[in-house]
Design a protein around this ligand. Structure first.
Ligand SMILES: [Zn+2]
Length: 134
């Protein structure tokens, strides 16, 4: 999985962009992310669907060493360990995302997270109380 890592950006503008584009099977209603043309379960046609992007942390790990380069490009300041996890969305699909938390010790399985699509790997950050109420 580490080989699939794509250079990350810390540009805050990129985190405010569109939601996650997944796909839902018209036959068995399986939802997948990233979007695919065919359902991985039954092979039926899958239609694009915008995922809500909120869910809970399913599992996670910390990337403590720089991934192989290329394709990984370390940030200008050098590599910094980061957390990578799977977020289980309300749509019942798990999305791999970089966890944007200041303190990795705050990460807990089951914690509410909001996932946003970026130029590379999706990013997840803790859901704020205001977002939970909406
Ligand atoms: Zn299907």
């Amino acid at each position: 999985m580490a080989g699939a890592l794509i250079p990350m950006t810390t540009d805050p503008r990129s985190q405010a962009t569109a939601g996650l584009q997944g796909a839902r099977c018209s036959g068995c209603s399986v939802t997948v992310y990233p979007a695919e043309d065919a359902c991985p379960r039954c092979g039926g046609p899958a239609d694009p669907v915008a995922l809500q992007g909120t869910g809970t942390l399913w599992t996670w790990t910390v990337q403590r060493y720089a991934p192989k380069s290329p394709p990984y490009e370390p940030p200008p300041g050098g590599f910094v360990p980061f957390a990578l996890g799977y977020v289980e969305l309300a749509e019942d699909v798990r999305v791999a995302a970089v966890l944007d938390l200041d303190d990795l010790d705050d990460i807990r399985i089951g914690m509410p997270l909001s996932v946003t699509a970026g130029p590379g790997v999706p990013r997840a950050r803790p859901t704020t109380p205001a977002e939970e109420r909406s």
